[in-house]
Write a protein that binds this ligand. Structure first.
Ligand code: GLA
Length: 382
């Protein structure tokens, strides 16, 4: 999708870390480039192919520059970038604000301007910038501002994806450091508990989220289903109900949508989730408004999220985090529609693609354990 500005809506793409950890190489990345096109993901807006940690040589080259591991990436990064660009996609790479990356490869501290120029020369369009091994003598805002500045001076438009794990009240200062996205939580794992923990932490943070600087709830685990060589992320997998809830939450909460599974081998169900156009449209809504939470009456483990959309519709999601199927009721009063408003809602189910028309005052839906129902609702005069 061509955006007039970088990250006007949450970035979408694929990242190597969740599934492939340090087992990455040129062939693998090129096969992901092919898959993102062949699986129809590119046409839906997934455009960044991001190589995470472990792409580097263990030491800088004779000019002090970062260099790609010659065994994993025999033709170098420019070659890969050219392949990615030829396919109409964008190229993402990873570094850290510390002396080393989390996996102990050389990182960008005191090399920020040099590295930004190297990345620009290679044709990088997206930099994931991590938080590991950072010098404690400097505050994190200073370290991230440095790379923000270095990218601006690099001569190339590079999306700055800060990965500061939600520490140090990052949401308060990261927008002004020039970042386009900021990791607002700890690392995700392929488990329901991780999804719940991350989502609950974000519900109160929507006011800090918006165009050109989105809270990044970390990469999607949809479709991983325990298939990963990453020992941290591989925590057994989730059910398809849980993966759908995960995707719907990331869409409602305007998180970047960065796929982490092996997109060459997605199950039918995982593909249906990741390619749900109605949910993606909610995530990519041009106004990118945050959503607010409505408590579900007498059900502490259920809640409703409401997100105003740019065409006048509202996305309304019903989420059930409990262990039992539950009826969840929305009182229209809670979203600003009083009994006297004379306004009704049409509820279009984003998954079933069915519509319930002309609803007034309340709406109740039955939601599976760990499940969700997300509707695109149109306001109509009753
Ligand atoms: C940190 C980040 C992860 C990943 C690893 C790589 O843990 O939060 O997303 O990039 O580093 O080492």
């Amino acid at each position: 999708m061509n955006q007039p500005f970088t990250a006007a809506t949450p970035p979408m793409g694929w990242n190597s870390w969740n599934t492939f950890y340090d087992q990455i190489d040129e062939k693998l990345v090129m096969s992901m480039v092919d898959a993102i096109c062949d699986q129809g993901l590119k046409d839906l807006g997934y455009e960044y192919i991001i190589i995470d940690d472990c792409w580097q040589q263990k030491t800088r080259n004779e000019k002090g520059e970062l260099a790609a591991d010659p065994v994993k990436f025999p033709h170098g990064m420019k070659y890969l970038a050219d392949y990615i660009h030829e396919k109409g996609l964008k190229f993402g790479i990873y570094s850290s604000c510390g002396t080393k990356t989390c996996a102990n490869y050389p990182a960008s501290f005191e090399h920020e301007f040099q590295d930004a120029k190297t990345f620009a020369r290679w044709g990088v369009d997206y930099l994931k910038y991590d938080n590991g091994h950072r010098p404690l003598s400097l505050r994190t805002p200073e370290l991230f501002r440095r790379m923000g500045m270095a990218l601006k001076c690099s001569g190339r438009n590079i999306l700055f994806a800060a990965c500061q794990w939600g520490q140090d009240d990052v949401h308060r200062w990261i927008r002004s450091a020039g970042a386009h996205t900021f990791r607002s939580t700890v690392d995700i794992t392929d488990s329901w508990d991780s999804i719940v923990g991350i989502a609950l932490k974000q519900l109160d943070m929507q006011g800090f989220n918006g165009p050109y600087c989105f809270g990044d709830m970390d990469m999607l685990v949809v479709g991983m289903s325990g298939n990963s060589v990453n020992p941290e992320a591989n925590q057994g997998g989730c059910t398809n109900t849980e993966y759908l809830t995960h995707f719907a939450l990331w869409c409602m909460l305007s998180s970047p949508l960065i796929i982490g599974c092996d997109i060459r081998k997605m199950s039918k169900e995982a593909k249906a989730i990741l390619t749900n156009q109605h949910l993606i449209a909610i995530n990519q809504d041009p106004e990118a408004r945050g959503c607010y939470k409505v408590e579900a009456f007498q059900n502490p483990e259920a809640f409703i999220l409401v997100k105003p959309l740019s065409d006048g519709d509202y996305a309304i999601g019903f989420f059930n985090f409990s262990e039992k199927k539950a009826d969840i009721t929305l009182e229209f009063w809670d979203i600003g529609l009083s009994v006297h408003s004379g306004v009704a809602l049409d509820f279009c189910d984003c998954v079933e693609e069915t519509t319930i028309s002309n609803v007034t005052e309340t709406f109740t839906c039955s939601v599976d354990a760990h499940g969700c129902k997300v509707y695109r609702c149109r306001l109509i005069n009753a």
